[in-house]
Ligand binder design. Structure first.
Ligand SMILES: [Zn+2]
Length: 99
């Protein structure tokens, strides 16, 4: 499955809800799911971790649908085979990637 196919699937399942909620409300849900993912990575429950990754991806796709952004096109326009900053594979950037 391609990213655009996943996004289309999310549109078919949820767009009637997502469009009513709007960009701000959908973004808040995405942020909440990212926070839940952050909690899940602290634990040892692999299934719970997988569920949180799935939720983050689903809400990201929902938000992209609400604001009419094609995730696959946007991602590939920026991250097409190379690091967009240093233009290297693997990335040779030394700044902004430290915890
Ligand atoms: Zn880089």
């Amino acid at each position: 499955m391609h990213i655009r196919e996943f996004q289309d699937m999310m549109r078919q399942i949820y767009f009637h809800h997502d469009s009513k909620r709007g960009a701000k409300g959908t973004c808040l849900w995405l942020v909440e799911e990212v926070e839940e993912l952050g909690e899940a990575i602290k634990g040892k429950d692999k299934k719970a971790l997988e569920n949180e990754f799935a939720d983050v991806l689903a809400w990201l796709a929902s938000l992209a649908n609400v604001v009419d952004v094609n995730l696959e096109e946007a991602a590939m326009a920026k991250y097409n085979q190379i690091c967009p900053r240093c233009k290297q594979v693997p990335c040779k950037c030394t700044r902004n990637f430290q915890p």
